[in-house]
Design a binder for this molecule. Structure first.
Ligand SMILES: [Fe+2]
Length: 333
């Protein structure tokens, strides 16, 4: 049986496709920007739709109305532009450290994608509200409290003793951090009881259940997700302006921001951002398929964060929605 196009080639992830002013499209990848003319982009789209399929190069060429040599030239051009790679160029295995290097290279593109949600621009440009800021904090409280549902699970599912220990230590250091958010919410005027008894948004639960799913599937998949989340908090320079701008714009009391800084500083002090490297340092060899699977989890987490932000903006953006969300009540509902 002839080899399929998908066995020979792979398509690299495109984070953003922006139409150019005159004509053509600009594609953003994790490590480069590729400019394509309108016709080139059209061909690229047609090829990238067909690469994962089961058809051979000959069949795809016929479908696109070109001969096999023409398709070969097109693939070579896309390959040199960095949009397409040859499957046989991918190493059969990676060391844990090599996977970490790859992760560090991709992480900025992932974080850009996660924070590309209009919510962030809205909040920092003054088009948000104290209500929306507080809503986001309530959901962060729930997500952090739910760490008690996925972190111990990740220890249970880790096979390797050293990794199990590292996951357990991380859990011991993180388990009660939701108190920082509770403290901040109290300073914003919410009663402790109303926050503790509130119900998270479905997407907040989905986010923590996704972590549970990762924990069951592969401890390295779980660890990459955990590292992505830590990656959102390590850079003081990146998160301070958000809180400071919101404090000014929405008149937030200093006591509501202080616990958040205390929490971020504690996580930095624990050096949680180094945990993924420490864990991968214990893994000698990872088959390419497993490495792909792990990276895919990391990217899926980014999509969950985007959807989570979206659901926060939608729910708390409606003034009449109860806040915090109360549990079901026989009397009220
Ligand atoms: Fe924490």
């Amino acid at each position: 049986m002839a080899t399929t196009l998908g066995q020979e080639f792979g398509i690299r992830r495109v984070y953003d496709a922006t139409p150019k002013k005159g004509a053509g499209v600009s594609l953003r990848l994790s490590d480069r920007q590729v400019e394509l003319g309108t016709r080139e982009f059209d061909l690229y789209e047609k090829v990238s739709e067909r690469v994962p399929g089961i058809r051979s190069q000959k069949e795809v060429a016929a479908e696109l109305g070109m001969d096999q040599a023409g398709l070969g030239r097109l693939l070579a051009a896309l390959q040199s532009a960095g949009l397409v790679y040859r499957a046989d160029a991918v190493p059969a295995t990676l060391s844990g450290i090599e996977l970490h290097t790859l992760f560090n290279k991709i992480l900025p593109s992932w974080l850009d994608e996660a924070f590309s949600h209009p919510f962030w621009e809205r909040m920092t440009s003054g088009k948000g509200s104290r209500r929306m800021y507080s809503g986001w904090l309530i959901e962060l409280y729930h997500y952090t409290r739910n760490a008690n549902r996925h972190m111990p699970l990740s220890c249970a599912y880790a096979h390797e003793k050293a990794i199990k220990n590292m996951r357990a230590k991380h859990y011991a250091e993180e388990w009660n951090h939701y108190h920082y958010f509770l403290k901040a919410l109290k300073a914003l005027g919410f009663s402790e009881d109303s926050v503790i008894k509130s119900v998270p948004l479905p997407m907040s639960l989905a986010l923590s259940n996704f972590m549970r799913q990762a924990a069951r599937d592969d401890i390295l998949a779980y660890s990459i997700c955990s590292a992505v989340l830590e990656g959102t908090t390590v850079d003081r320079g990146a998160y301070n302006p958000y809180y400071e701008t919101c404090a000014k714009l929405y008149d937030l009391p200093a006591e509501s921001i202080a616990p958040i800084y205390a929490h971020l500083d504690l996580d930095v002090q624990y050096q949680h951002s180094d945990l993924f490297l420490d864990i991968l340092g214990k893994v000698d060899s990872i088959p390419a398929a497993r490495a792909g699977h792990i990276l895919d989890y990391g990217h899926q987490l980014i999509e969950h964060i985007w959807l989570w932000t979206d659901s926060i903006e939608k729910y708390y953006g409606v003034e009449s929605n109860p806040m915090p969300r109360p549990a079901f009540s026989k009397l009220l509902d």
